[in-house]
Design a protein around this ligand. Structure first.
Ligand code: HMG
Length: 393
């Protein structure tokens, strides 16, 4: 990156809904030993999305916060990464564009490739930023993970949004240009247009996730010449935290290093998984939530340290890339705000969770006014004539 202008993440933040299900409650309801969730999968809680929230309101909440650090008038591109689209035609980002009062001279587009799409957005944005001094791009990943009640994927649901302002001379993370990427046409996880829940071949999806770590790492390390030890920390896409730990052990093994002890594993990954363990999978946002978790929960400074990133989206596309944490990045974090958001969440009973889960929107054009559950800044107020009506609270 010697002669190249620095580009990357200037500001970032996340939003997750006010409600969660403690996996102890789920274990009891489904007659499953809770240790399967806590130890076997490394998951404690999962976010539950009430009927008056969706990918638009979550994205707007996350976006509003990051725009406090930049002039919204400077944003001329909004990239919206999601696999929980609310429309086959109109980009969800256009609703967000209005809610956030972005300038009319702003391009808006939605990106899809399972959990990989935010990384696609990031990588597509970087060359534009290198060429245009002063350009700022808002990248928002927002998703709801749904597998269905009583399925093996049920405990790995969740949801949330991460918003990032990307720019030259970023204040949080400069992304390095080398990256390894890989595509293969596989059916490990998919959601046909007519379904609300994903279909997943769980074990196969985990095998692919692990296989692609090696493929993308090999390319990345060949291109960059960097060794594992030149990375201070790692952030992975987090479908279930235990899989991330397995992937990291695989990476250690490919590099001919001895298996990490539980303590070493915790030291290298623990802080990056802290938020994921209590939010669950948020698909396209999950890798970037892991970065926020790492930056906000690591004791000591990560300034000038290199982080390795592994992005995986079923179907599948995977990528390994890296970034260097910038000096004074701590001044850009919203740690207190995020921690208060998580601490103030409300637990749901099994019945309340199922009621939220089973709520269905009209599909025949009839009108519905949605009860007010949402505690954030924006909510889905009603649906009328097939149109979603959003409001700012
Ligand atoms: P499962 O079949 O319910 O779990 O599915 P299991 O039976 O394999 O058990 C999981 C672990 O818990 C095992 O450990 C058990 O031994 C252990 P392992 O052998 O793997 O080390 N276990 C226990 N441990 C302690 N005490 C106990 C106990 N019982 C069992 N009593 C699976 C798990 C993740 C497959 C499932 O939750 C699922 O299908 N989730 C959804 C798919 C998924 O998350 N896949 C991950 C990779 S694909 C991906 O990342 C993309 C994705 O994000 C979507 C996108 O790209 O858009 C999903």
């Amino acid at each position: 990156m010697r002669n190249m202008v620095k580009v990357g993440i200037d500001v970032m933040g996340f939003y997750t809904p006010h409600y969660y299900l403690d996996l102890k409650v789920l274990a009891k309801a489904r007659g499953i030993d809770v240790n399967k969730f806590h130890t076997g999968l490394g998951q404690k809680k999962m976010a539950v999305i009430p009927p008056d929230e969706d990918v638009v309101t979550m994205a707007a909440d996350a976006g509003f916060r990051v725009l406090q650090h930049v002039d919204p008038e400077e944003i001329d591109l909004l990239l919206f990464a999601t696999e929980s689209a609310i429309d086959q035609s109109k980009a969800a980002g256009i609703f967000v564009h209005r809610l956030l009062k972005l300038p009319a001279r702003c391009r808006v587009v939605e990106l899809k490739q399972a959990c990989y799409s935010a990384t696609a957005g990031l990588q597509m944005a970087l060359p534009m930023l290198r060429q245009n001094q002063g350009k700022k791009i808002l990248l928002i990943a927002s998703d709801v993970a749904r597998y269905g009640l009583n399925t093996t994927g049920e405990s790995s649901q969740g949801g949330g949004a991460v918003a990032m302002v990307l720019s030259q001379n970023p204040r949080i993370l400069a992304i390095e240009p080398e990256s390894g990427f890989y595509t293969e046409d596989v059916m490990d996880f998919w959601r046909p247009n007519y379904r609300e829940e994903a279909i997943v071949d769980g074990k196969y999806s985990c095998e692919l996730y692990l296989r692609c770590v090696q493929k993308t790492w090999e390319q990345y390390t060949a291109l960059s010449g960097r060794t594992l030890s030149q990375h201070a920390r790692f952030c992975y896409h987090v479908p279930v935290p235990r899989l991330v730990e397995k992937a990291h052990q695989c990476l250690i093994k490919f590099n001919g290093l001895p298996k990490l002890s539980a303590e070493e594993l915790e030291n290298q990954l623990g802080s990056s998984l802290q938020y994921g363990r209590i939010i669950g999978n948020c698909y396209a946002a999950a890798l970037y939530l892991s970065l926020i978790s790492l930056l906000e929960n690591t004791a000591g400074s990560l300034s000038q340290q290199r982080i390795g990133f592994y992005s995986y989206g079923s179907g599948c596309v995977a990528e390994f890339f890296s970034g260097v944490v910038q000096e004074n990045y701590q001044t850009m974090l919203e740690t207190k705000y995020h921690q208060a958001m998580l601490e103030n969440r409300e637990p749901l009973s099994e019945k309340e969770y199922e009621a939220f889960y089973n709520f269905s929107y009209p599909v025949d054009g009839s009108a519905v006014v949605l009860s007010k559950h949402h505690k954030g800044r924006y909510r889905l107020a009603a649906i009328e004539e097939h149109k979603r009506i959003y409001e700012m609270i």
